[in-house]
Design a protein around this ligand. Sequence first.
Ligand code: T3D
Length: 258
Amino acid sequence: MYETILYETGGGVANIRLNRPGSLNSLNRQLVEDLGSALKKAREDPEIRCVVLTGAGRGFCAGADLTEGAVENPGDISAVLRERYNPVIKTIQEIEKPVIAAVNGVAAGAGCNMALACDLVIAAESASFLQAFVKIGLVPDAGGSYFLPRLVGSKKAMEMMLLGEKISAAEALRLGMINRVVPDSDFEAEAGKLAATISSGPRCQGMIKKMLSMSSEMDLGDCLNMEAEFQAKAAATEDFVEGVSAFLQKRKAQFKGK
Ligand code: T3D
């Protein structure tokens, strides 16, 4: 049981819902702690093959809780990031299971960058994204300086970070920041379908995640070597045997994530 999030599992999916709707799920100390703990729980649970991160109410996440006293104790911000935010972003990246951000509403500041740290992002049509930091005199954090320029290019990232303007889900999709936009009325169902597709997929999905993370820092030669190494691991899985058998028998594969 968590104080600030809802954690539900089913069908191989761990659903983590940020649950402070009164402040658009802003990140207070407890929420960051609960989120970190829930992500670790999903990582350790062998039944879980996909994680979904979403928000309760009309927002996804409005970034840091600005009522928590950052202005009174500015010296603490560095420690807050190193000890609380950064481990969450690293866990999202390092967990060997796909993490989907299901962005139901506004994603601002660290909330926006937390969504970008996820492996897939599906957004409701009414959702929006903003690098809100500059509006309050802060620089981007929660991995934004890493993810955003890699997704949209440095010029667009610069514009978003310098101006802090809100962009629509449709614009975020056009820019390549996110994967899918669906009508608000279909959002829960479509996010559920995407999670179900991933959670019934083969073991190699976790390897694909790891490979793409590693390849961002590699040259072609290293990527080719990495592919040879990971392909041997993928070929040793039960799911590879099932995948090929299903193809030859002209039936749908039943993957077990093993
Ligand atoms: O110390 C550290 O933790 C350092 C780390 C910093 C990382 C960061 O994320 S810095 C960036 C922090 N976030 C922001 O600056 C965004 C602030 N919020 C907004 O700009 C707007 O709320 C939104 C654009 C996100 C949404 O606007 P709108 O008009 O849809 O909603 P609203 O009316 O502004 O907000 C609704 C309620 O949520 C409102 O409360 P009220 O008046 O109904 O009681 C508002 O005060 C509250 N709220 C929204 N964002 C935050 C928040 N309360 C606390 N902290 C927030 N970030």
